[in-house]
Structure formats: structure tokens, C-alpha cells
Design a binder for this molecule. Structure first.
Ligand code: ACO
Length: 320
């Protein structure tokens, strides 16, 4: 028994912000951003919230899956930008879609969040206690980036992606995931600091900081190794895989992974150009885009891989 994805959905903020738009606020240019990252534009939330986008994405995924809210046993959301510290985004979604029978919780694994959610749902469903799960990756990263810092604010966007997974004989075939907390501070965002009656002075909330070159080195070594691990575990070669659906951090990371695996770029779908990096949201949003374009057929083997802050990584080989 494993889990199979039976429906996908996504929701993006309405507002498009191009590189030229950004260049009016920080000292940057379309040429610099495009050549270093592949990003042309991103979506930025104005009225939209993390939970609100998740609810829309979830409804679309459930509609495609033909699954009612009462059938959902589990809701797991990968996010680092929930609207509240508590309740969790997953609990907000539960209330929003009336999934009264579900257990709901969030996972904090940044850009690996959707893969961690998928692998966690798989582990729960394998116990036999649960049958159907709603898994999501969603962020409103525009809240935690410093809009005066050109080295980070140009990289990120907002959005939500969802999938319904159900216990089936075929689907998730192999997975690998891991963490390296010792290198965590190369991509960080502080939470609230101690600000109680014992502490003097008002503290400002911090923003995302990143050692881009360290993150690049981590990604281009860890991701191909993790992909090779799941290929070996499944007894497959890269030639058996139709698409490699990777976290969209940077076009150059995708190109480097494609080169290291000797797989042409045509099999690495790209969304970084129009959505930028939505952390946990990138993999499910891209998967939904591919699904709705009819790029996936039953029986296709695909690889999903997320990697990022923590540091964390998660890879899954699945049959569609
Ligand atoms: N516009 C114009 N100039 C800029 C900008 C900008 N937006 N940002 C930085 N610069 C300047 C810097 O100030 C620096 O100028 P200097 O040489 O005069 O000091 C110069 O460009 C080079 O800066 P670097 O930070 O060294 O740029 P680098 O070539 O490393 O590119 C990048 C930065 C694209 C982030 C790169 O490190 C990278 O690809 N990192 C991979 C990690 C990544 O993509 N992270 C995204 C999120 S993490 C994740 O999701 C896993």
C-alpha cells in the first residue's frame, strides 16, 4: 500500500510584480535578476493570505480528486509564513473547507515543506489508520523579506499549491529526505525575540538573510545525490523519469542539476520565470500547472524534489 496523487490545485495572488517594477524600489535591474536567477516576475499578496490561498487551492484539488471534505482524514501544510503563530494554517484550512473528520497540522521545513508533507502523509496512511490526505505547500514570503535588501527581495514570491493523496496500490515508489541543522544559518529568518519584562529596549522583527553562494553549493550537491538515491531505491534510471519537478529557487540550480544527472533541461519544467521562489509552494504549484496543461499521464514516473532552509531536502519518485 502506498499513496497516489489524485488531484491538484493552486492559487496565486492577483498582483504581478515585474523586475522593472522592483527596480523602482531598490537598486536593481531586469537584466541582473534575469541573468542571475531566471526570474522575470512574481506574484505578491495584497489582500490574499496564506490560509485564504490554501483554501482556494485545496478546493480545486478536491474537485479534481472527486473527494468530499468529510473524506479528508489528514491536512498537512508545509509553510513558514502562516497567518498566525497559532492556529496553524492547516487548522484554518480545516475550518474553511469544513473537513470535520481531519487531523490538521503544519510542518516547518521551508522549501522542502511540500515534500515533507507528502512523505509524512505517506507514513501516516501506511499505518492503515488514515486513507485520504490533503497536503499543501504555501507561503506569503513577501511578509518576511526586507524590501530594502536587493540581494533577497528580488528572489521571492507568494502562492499556494495543494494535492489530494489517497491510499492506493501504486503512486509513491521511493523517497529520501534529510536535514543539516549545522548549516542552518546560511538561510535564516528570526522569529520574535525575547521582549518580556526582563528585557530592556524594543526589538525590531528580523527578515530573511541568505548566504547565496553557500545555498547554491548545498543545492547543486545535495539534490542530485538525493535524486540518485530514490532512483536506486526504485530500481530506475534517470531515463525512466518523464519529468524532474524541482523546487524553483534559481534557474541556474536547475541547469546544474540537469547537467550533473545528464538529463536534458526539457525534462526539468520551469516556473521560476513567472512565479519566482515561493519556498514550499513552488513544487505543488508547478505540479498543478503541469497537470492542468495535460503534461502528465497515468503511469508516468516523475520525481519531485524540494530543498532549502533548515537546511532540509526531500525527494520523491512517484507514478502518476
Ligand atoms: N540587483 C543588482 N545587483 C545585485 C543584486 C540585485 N538584486 N543583488 C546583489 N547584487 C550585487 C551585489 O551587491 C554584488 O555586488 P558587488 O560585487 O559590487 O559587491 C553582486 O551583485 C554580486 O552579489 P552576489 O550575492 O555575490 O551574487 P551572486 O552571483 O552570488 O548571485 C544569487 C546571487 C542569485 C542569490 C546566487 O548566490 C544564487 O544563485 N544562489 C543560490 C541560492 C538561491 O537561489 N537562493 C534562493 C532562495 S534559497 C532556496 O530556495 C533554496
Amino acid at each position: 500500500m502506498t499513496v497516489r496523487i489524485i488531484g491538484t490545485g493552486s492559487c496565486l495572488p492577483a498582483q504581478v510584480v515585474t523586475n522593472d517594477d522592483l527596480a523602482q524600489f531598490v537598486d536593481t535591474s531586469d537584466e541582473w535578476i534575469k541573468s542571475r536567477t531566471g526570474i522575470r516576475e512574481r506574484r505578491v499578496a495584497k489582500e490574499e493570505t496564506t490560509a485564504g490561498m490554501c483554501i482556494e487551492a485545496a478546493k480545486k484539488a478536491m474537485e479534481e480528486a472527486g473527494v468530499s471534505a468529510e473524506e479528508i482524514d489528514l491536512i498537512i501544510v508545509g509553510t513558514i509564513t502562516g497567518d498566525y503563530v497559532t492556529p496553524s494554517t492547516a487548522c484554518q484550512i480545516q475550518a474553511g473547507i469544513h473537513a470535520v473528520n481531519a487531523t490538521a497540522f503544519d510542518i516547518s521545513a521551508a522549501c522542502s515543506g511540500f515534500l515533507f508533507a507528502l512523505n509524512t502523509a505517506h507514513a501516516f496512511i501506511q499505518t492503515g489508520k488514515y486513507r485520504t490526505a490533503l497536503i499543501l505547500g504555501a507561503e506569503t514570503l513577501s511578509r518576511i523579506v526586507d524590501w530594502k535588501d536587493r540581494s533577497t527581495c528580488v528572489l521571492f514570491g507568494d502562492g499556494a499549491g495543494a494535492a489530494v493523496v489517497r491510499a492506493e496500490e501504486t503512486g509513491l515508489i521511493a523517497y529520501d529526505q534529510g536535514s543539516d541543522g549545522a548549516r542552518g544559518m546560511c538561510l535564516a529568518c528570526p522569529g520574535r525575540e525575547n521582549n518580556n519584562i526582563l528585557v530592556e529596549g524594543k526589538k525590531e522583527l528580523g527578515y530573511v538573510s541568505m548566504d547565496g553562494q553557500e545555498v547554491y553549493k548545498f543545492a547543486v550537491s545535495t539534490v542530485p545525490a538525493s535524486i540518485q538515491k530514490v532512483l536506486d531505491e526504485a530500481g530506475c534510471s534517470a531515463d525512466d523519469i518523464k519529468y524532474f519537478v524541482l523546487h524553483q529557487a534559481n534557474l541556474r540550480i536547475l541547469q546544474s542539476v540537469s547537467k550533473r544527472l545528464h538529463v536534458p533541461m526539457e525534462r526539468f519544467p520551469v516556473a521560476i520565470d513567472h512565479y519566482a521562489n515561493i519556498s514550499a509552494g513552488t513544487v505543488p504549484i508547478l505540479l498543478d500547472e503541469m497537470n492542468r496543461k495535460g503534461m502528465l499521464e497515468r503511469g508516468d514516473k516523475i520525481i519531485l524534489s524540494g530543498f532549502g532552509a533548515g537546511l532540509t531536502w526531500g525527494t520523491a519518485l512517484l507514478e502518476w
